[in-house]
Design a protein around this ligand. Structure first.
Ligand code: MN
Ligand code: MN
Length: 306
């Protein structure tokens, strides 16, 4: 096995430890900032780095919600929370997500994404087409009475490239050119079904942005921006990072906010706005990273933990 796949497997072992801790971390009354910080600390204490900021998207939020340093939100007993985290070893990211339904009222909707994930992973093998996998995802979600989110999906992963070109839509007849892709031995893919109880099955950007990544290096005017850019290159490379991480690194909110503003304006950074269900309904998610082997896809964490 090559070094790259070994790094993914090592990242998967640490991701498994995090998944086993989640039931002890995510409960009624617990703060989002504390949960994110604790998961990121577990990853670092195990010798890896977070592949991206921990996403804690509650209820109608689907993805890209990571707490800011002044986040005050605490979980309440009715919340449905998606915990999406990455473990990076040498830029090889284990990308995992699970849903915790604190009231137990959304059990069926959680089951819908878990069934979709299992069915997709069971059917991935060299020679299978992305479109067939999308169909399995859609069928399992629809079967239980929910809608797949059509503008979110899984993705190929390469070192330092979390979204490496090929997209795995959560619906079968999407017009995405990736649908024609044929899986090959040695590919690494994250599969991530999302289901909504809404009618439309789509998410839209909100104005809240806490996660960024490097797009291209360009000249910028502010001294703060130049320092932040040098820091990003050295510490995060092309992996996504949180505003709160920079604010901790630089010990200043105002400098970081000014720098980020200029870097986004000059097209140096990608921004990842928080994504929300267009009908404001509950969303569930399950995600696992797998390596495509000769006989099929092998998840790098036990899929029963997701
Ligand atoms: Mn993820
Ligand atoms: Mn993903």
């Amino acid at each position: 096995m090559n070094d790259e796949l070994e790094s993914f497997i090592e990242a998967g072992k640490i991701a498994e430890k995090v998944l086993r801790e989640i039931p002890h971390l995510v409960y009624d009354g617990q703060s989002l900032l504390d949960i994110a910080g604790t998961i990121e600390k577990i990853i670092i204490d195990n010798g890896a780095i977070p592949g991206f900021p921990v996403n804690l998207s509650v209820n109608q939020y689907a993805a890209h919600y990571t707490p800011s340093l002044d986040e005050k939100t605490v979980l309440n007993s009715e919340d449905v929370i998606k915990i999406d985290f990455g473990v990076s070893i040498n830029g090889c990211v284990a990308d995992q997500a699970t849903t915790v339904d604190l009231s137990g009222k959304h059990e069926l909707q959680v089951k819908a994404v878990r069934n979709a994930l299992s069915s997709a992973v069971e059917n991935i093998k060299p020679g299978a087409k992305v479109e067939e996998i999308s169909k399995h995802i859609e069928d399992e979600i629809v079967k239980l009475g929910f809608k797949p989110i059509s503008n979110l999906g899984g993705h190929m992963i390469k070192p330092y490239l979390l979204h490496a070109g090929i997209f795995v839509p959560n619906i079968s007849n999407s017009n995405d050119p990736s649908s024609e892709y044929v899986f090959k031995e040695g590919d690494v893919f994250a599969i991530e079904p999302f289901a909504t109880s809404g009618e439309t099955g789509k998410v839209a950007d909100t104005d809240k942005v806490e996660i960024f990544s490097l797009k291209q290096v360009r000249n910028v005017r502010l001294n703060a921006s130049r320092k932040i850019l040098a820091h990003i290159l050295q510490k995060y490379s092309t992996l996504p990072f949180a505003r709160r991480w920079l604010q901790q690194d630089f010990k200043s909110k105002v400098i970081v906010n000014a720098g980020l503003r200029e870097l986004v304006r000059n097209d140096v950074l990608f921004k990842y706005p928080v994504l929300k269900d267009v009908d404001n309904q509950i969303i569930t998610q399950a995600e696992v990273t797998s390596i495509v082997e000769k006989d099929g896809a092998k998840p790098i964490v036990p899929i029963s933990l997701v």
